[in-house]
Design a protein around this ligand. Structure first.
Ligand SMILES: Nc1nc2c(ncn2[C@@H]2O[C@H](COP(=O)(O)OP(=O)(O)O)[C@@H](O)[C@H]2O)c(=O)[nH]1
Ligand SMILES: [Mg+2]
Length: 373
């Protein structure tokens, strides 16, 4: 029935064989040049490019859509209230119906002329994943901005190589290709945290993957800026830890609990300062608690729930809700500790039980009603 309808419609054409997935944030100046570069590099193939933009303020999605209006090979996916390279790639790749997906940066740093070789390696069945590598013979990493970035990249490579089940010269590469159905099969196991989706794929795949490295260069950025910052580096360590723990301890919970420890320290510090300035204990403790809640909220908003960060009015509402949630958590803490103490007379156990209940309650509420998925 559907096939018959398709035969009748003159402008119905088969979909592409290859989807190029491009995560992008504030890359407005690179969209046009990248599409033109892909056109040259993929001449003779049936391809599309899917830009996944996290609602960049510079109008990246608008630039993509302007091209897409006259070129059906170009698609734009705009995510609102989200951030993250890896999660952007996952959503882009899962939106593809092509046989092969290739991932590349949207800033012209990857050498698009190597795309054909990556695609051919996967299509021929020689490997599961073909990786554009800067660290095999013929590869080149000179486009990294400075010596610091080289040190970081080399350190990350060594760290990843210790954990990876396969030997790979450039596991930090963001330029690779694989079959779409393989990606979709691994997707439910991915952590989706941070920048390093290739490492995530290799560590999350239920079966070991055959990898082939293909030498490629890495150009210097011309337009726009790098988004790699200290938090992205922390997210990389978090990704490796998550995979080491095999997901049994949610990393977000670990981050939330660590922020909670910082909150306890803040509370004590502010309380002692207020006491030193002459406040009586209840007032000093009250000020300490409020400051600790604000500090915790800011840290959670910028780190623990970075990908769901609240802004503007939603941030103010979020803070108020957070204070209510934490107050209920504090009441539960005292209630449970009291109950355990009356049963066991064990002071430390009672206190730990109360604190545990409070952190689990605060985490559950924060993850579901304050920073909603
Ligand atoms: N959708 C999305 N893309 C991102 C994000 N962060 C970085 N990117 C894109 O990922 C690619 C690589 O990022 P870049 O900052 O150039 O990393 P670097 O090459 O390691 O400095 C670029 O196309 C960025 O625009 C993000 O949070 N969301
Ligand atoms: Mg870059």
């Amino acid at each position: 029935m559907i096939a018959a309808a398709a035969e009748k419609a003159p402008d119905v054409r088969p979909g592409p064989d290859i989807s190029i997935i491009v995560p992008c944030y504030n890359e407005v100046g690179n969209v046009g040049p990248l599409v033109a570069a892909l056109e040259r590099a993929l001449d003779g193939r049936r391809w599309e490019v899917i830009f996944v933009d996290d609602n960049s303020p510079d109008g990246t999605t608008a630039a993509v859509h302007a091209i897409a209006r006259t070129d059906s090979r170009v698609r734009g996916l705009c995510r609102i209230g989200r951030r993250g390279l890896s999660s952007a790639v996952i959503e882009g790749a899962l939106s593809s119906s092509a046989q092969i997906v290739a991932v590349m940066d949207g800033d012209m740093q990857h050498d698009e002329s190597r795309l054909g070789a990556l695609i051919d390696a996967v299509q021929s069945g020689d490997c599961d994943i073909a990786v554009g590598s800067r660290h095999v013979e013929g590869g080149d990493n000179s486009g990294l901005a400075n010596a610091w970035r080289h040190t970081l990249s080399d350190g990350g490579i060594k760290l990843a190589q210790m954990l990876l089940p396969v030997r790979l010269g450039d596991p930090m590469s963001g330029f690779f290709a694989l079959r779409q159905d393989l990606f979709a099969r691994i997707a439910p196991h991915l952590s989706g945290t941070g920048f390093k989706i290739l490492v995530d794929l290799l560590l999350s795949s239920p079966q070991p993957l055959q990898v082939q490295e293909i030498a490629c260069g890495f150009r210097a950025r011309v337009a726009g800026e790098s988004k790699l910052d200290a938090l992205v580096m922390l997210q990389f360590v978090a990704l490796l830890l998550d995979k080491l723990c095999r997901g049994w301890l949610p990393l977000r919970f670990v981050a939330f609990a660590l922020v909670g420890v910082v909150g306890i320290g803040t509370n004590l510090l502010v309380m002692h300062c207020a006491r030193a300035l002459g406040a009586d204990f209840p007032l000093a403790q009250g000020i300490g608690t409020v400051v600790a809640m604000i500090v915790n909220f800011q840290l959670d908003n910028n780190f623990t729930y970075r990908d769901r960060r609240l802004r503007g009015v939603r941030c103010v509402w979020g803070l108020l809700l957070f204070m209510v949630v934490c107050s209920v958590g504090a009441l539960a803490n005292v209630g449970v500790a009291d109950m355990v103490y009356h049963q066991s007379r064990a002071f430390n156990e009672a206190s730990v039980a109360g604190a545990l209940i409070a952190v689990v309650w605060n985490y559950a509420m924060s993850s579901t009603i304050i920073w909603r998925p």
